[in-house]
Write a protein that binds this ligand. Structure first.
Ligand code: S3P
Length: 255
C-alpha cells in the first residue's frame, strides 16, 4: 500500500535524522567544553539570529520557511539547553512570594534541562505525611520553619537540581547561605495584585484570614528576595516565557 511505503520512507529519514542529531549534539558538547575553558557564555543572540536566517534561506521550498524556522530554532534551543545541562555544576534555586509560580516554573525548567526537581514544601509534606496547614496547626509556624531549614540543608547537599522553596525561606539567613553555597538563586517577582487574584488561600496557613496579609508579607520580604538572589526574573509572564527568561539569563554569562 502506498501509505505504508511513504511511512517507510519517513522511517528511513528519521533514522538518518537521529544519527545526525546525535552527531550534532556531540559537536555541541565539544563546543560547550571550549566555551567553558575559555569562559564564554552559552548564549549569543546575534549569532543565533544570523544562523537561523542562513539555515532558513537554504530551504528551496519557500512554503516551508516558517516551518523550517521552527525546526532550526528548536534545534538551537535544544543545543543551548544541552550545553546548560553540561555546564551546570550548581543547583538552580527558585525563591519568591507564595503564588509567584515557583513550582510550576521549576517543573518546566527541570524538563527543559533534564535535571531533577525538588520542591521543599512537597518534600516536607511527604516526610511528615501531613499537609502544610496541618503542620502549622500541630507544630506552629516555628515548628514548620525548623522542618523547612532541615529540609533545605538536606536538599542543598545535592548538585545539579532545581530546588523550589517556600516563600518564607528568606526569613532565615542560614537557609539562604546554604542554598547560595551550592546554588544559583533566582527570584521570581510576580505582581502582588495578580497573586492576590488567583492564589489558593486554603493551602497557605499564613493567609487563613484572607489575602490582606499577602501585601504585608510581600512588603516585609521584597528586600530580602532582592538581597539574596543572583538573578531577578519577572513572574508576570506565561510559565514558558518565564522559563525561557531564566534560561537566557543563565546562558548569557559563563556558568
Ligand atoms: C510560606 C509559603 C508556603 C509554605 C508555607 C509558608 C511563606 O510556600 O512554605 O505556607 O511563609 O510564605 P509557597 O511559597 O510555595 O506557597
Amino acid at each position: 500500500m502506498e501509505l505504508n511505503n511513504l511511512r517507510t520512507e519517513i522511517d528511513n529519514i528519521d533514522t538518518k535524522l537521529v544519527d545526525l542529531f546525535e552527531k550534532r549534539m556531540q559537536i555541541s558538547k565539544s563546543i560547550c567544553e571550549y566555551k567553558k575553558e575559555n569562559n564564554l557564555a552559552i548564549y549569543n543572540g546575534a549569532r543565533e539570529d544570523d544562523l537561523l536566517l542562513k539555515r532558513t534561506n537554504l530551504l528551496a521550498d519557500t512554503n516551508l520557511s516558517t516551518f523550517g524556522e521552527r525546526f532550526f530554532s528548536g534545534i538551537m534551543e535544544i543545543s543551548r539547553d544541552y550545553q546548560t545541562n553540561l555546564s551546570l555544576s550548581k543547583n538552580i534555586v527558585l525563591i519568591g512570594i507564595m503564588g509567584c509560580g515557583k513550582t510550576e516554573k521549576g517543573t518546566q525548567l527541570s524538563k527543559r534541562l533534564n535535571i531533577p526537581f525538588f520542591d521543599v514544601d512537597i518534600e516536607i509534606t511527604q516526610a511528615q505525611k501531613m499537609t502544610i496547614p496541618e503542620i502549622f496547626a500541630k507544630h506552629g509556624e516555628d515548628g514548620f520553619r525548623k522542618l523547612e531549614s532541615e529540609k533545605i540543608k538536606e536538599l542543598s547537599q545535592k548538585t545539579r537540581c532545581i530546588i523550589s522553596t517556600g516563600g518564607g525561606v528568606v526569613l532565615n539567613p542560614n537557609n539562604m547561605k546554604v542554598l547560595k553555597e551550592h546554588g544559583i538563586v533566582i527570584f521570581l517577582n510576580r505582581d502582588i495584585d495578580a497573586i492576590a487574584g488567583d492564589i489558593d488561600t486554603s493551602t497557605r496557613p499564613l493567609l487563613a484570614n484572607g489575602t490582606d496579609a499577602l501585601y504585608k508579607i510581600y512588603n516585609e520580604r521584597l528586600a530580602l528576595y532582592q538581597k539574596w538572589c543572583d538573578i531577578e526574573i519577572s513572574g508576570n509572564t506565561t510559565v514558558s516565557e518565564a522559563v525561557e527568561n531564566i534560561l537566557c539569563a543563565l546562558q548569557k554569562s559563563p556558568l
